[in-house]
Design a protein around this ligand. Structure first.
Ligand SMILES: O=C(O)C(=O)C[C@H](O)[C@H](O)CO
Ligand SMILES: [Mg+2]
Length: 403
């Protein structure tokens, strides 16, 4: 069997997605997600210029060999563009292999470790009251775990909070980056009050999570972790930028609040010290940005040795292909923790028909051979690419900060 054709599909049904389709000489095909929010066309160029020409004529069943060919063979290793491109190929090849076997992907990985996959949804509001209403809506919809982000008095625009209450949140909201102004002190004074209000209204059973989105220093993160300890967070996410993995050692010494990190990671080596030193509790690197199923499986296996569980990234900027494949992975992986879920728009769901379903705060994996997600190429053409950028943050004195 040979790869006869491979091509990219860029479509924007509400937001941009990069899809790779690989077709074999026997008429089977697979699709993979290569979406890198705000940098989509860099992955498309990488795939079209450097990857697709080398795939034609290869045996699509040699997933491992093709992975190493693309990783080692490029000489230039790692990085989000390279690893998203490799991931798109890898996901499409696993899709083909599972279809050839006539099995849903989770069966090829080793079968079910659980019947359903717990997810967390996103509650956001301009202030604490509005945010609590959104938490209540999620609880009514059956969620067992909710990420809570509210506006902060004195900060005009902040990650995770929609411009108007009730509107969906989309961070890549302008053609060129919008500029936000950030105040660490205002944020740190506010967050413990938010979680006190959440526990007061919803009691102790609901799992609650929070995303700091990389904006603190290690000692500030340590303070936040300590101050929210009474509210028993499921996790505190991305509390500092993680290029310096040792920073987590300092935070860990100060707090028992569980720590999650890794949505921007693209390699095992981004997380190696974090895992081996048990500085974190959840690893968030997901299939699209970290080299696909083949590589993320290695990360999960290493994590499992150190009591670190998975908590895959799952915002709307990952396509339903990534989400669908992730649900198969989550159903199999022994050290599963939780799966992030931000529902896609109905336009996105129509372009990407899928067989996974949400029920009572969990995802249920589908039984269709492959990863269970397809693309309607004709419909996709109705939504052309639109450049969209993530914002940048500046401190009140104008210094560029982490967004
Ligand atoms: O979902 C999350 O936890 C995020 O932090 C989402 C990111 O801001 C988003 O993927 C950026 O493109
Ligand atoms: Mg995050």
């Amino acid at each position: 069997m040979k790869i006869e054709q491979a091509y990219t599909i860029v479509s924007s049904p509400g937001r941009n997605f990069v899809t790779l389709k690989i077709v074999t000489d026997q008429g089977e095909y697979g699709i993979g997600d290569g979406t890198l929010n705000g940098r989509e066309m860099a992955v498309v160029a990488y795939l079209e210029e450097h990857v697709i020409p080398t795939l034609i004529g290869r045996d699509p069943q040699r997933i491992e060999d093709i992975w190493h060919y693309l990783y080692r063979g490029a000489y230039w290793r790692r990085g989000p563009v390279t690893m998203s491109a490799i991931a798109a190929v890898d996901m499409a090849l696993w899709d083909i292999k599972a279809k050839l076997a006539g099995m849903p992907l989770y069966q090829l990985l080793g079968g079910k470790s659980r019947d359903r996959v717990m997810v967390y949804g996103h509650a956001t509001g301009r202030d604490i009251e509005a945010c609590l209403e959104e938490v209540a809506r999620h609880v009514d919809e059956g969620y067992k775990a909710v990420r809570v982000q509210s506006g902060v008095p004195g900060i005009a625009s902040i990650y995770g909070v929609a411009k108007k209450d009730g509107e969906p949140y989309e961070p890549a909201d302008a053609e060129l980056p919008a500029e936000h102004v950030w105040s660490t002190s205002k944020y740190l004074n506010h967050v413990p009050k938010l979680f006190a209000a959440v526990r007061e209204r919803f009691g102790d059973d609901l799992h609650v999570l929070h995303d700091v989105h990389h904006r603190l220093t290690p000692i500030e993160a340590a303070r936040l972790g300590k101050e929210v300890e009474p509210y028993h967070l499921f996790w505190l996410e991305d509390c500092v930028p993680a290029e310096n993995q040792e920073a987590f050692g300092l935070i860990r010494q100060h707090t028992t609040t569980p720590l999650a990190v890794g949505e921007v990671f693209n390699s095992l080596y981004d997380a190696k010290a974090l895992i081996e030193n048990q500085w974190i509790d959840y690893i968030r690197a997901t299939l699209t940005h970290a080299g696909g199923i083949t590589h993320v499986r290695r990360i999960a296996d290493l994590a499992g040795l150190y009591h670190v569980r998975t908590g895959f990234h799952g915002p709307t900027d990952l396509s339903p292909i990534c989400l669908g494949a992730a649900i198969h992975f989550d159903t199999w992986v022994p050290n599963f923790g939780i799966q992030e879920y931000m529902p896609h728009t109905s336009a996105t769901d129509e372009v990407f028909p899928h067989d996974y379903r949400f029920e009572d705060g969990h995802f249920i994996v589908g039984e269709t051979p492959g990863h269970g997600v397809d693309i309607d190429e004709q419909l996709a053409k109705q939504y052309p690419y639109k450049r969209a950028s993530l914002p940048v943050n500046r401190l009140e004195d104008g210094t560029l900060w982490h967004w």
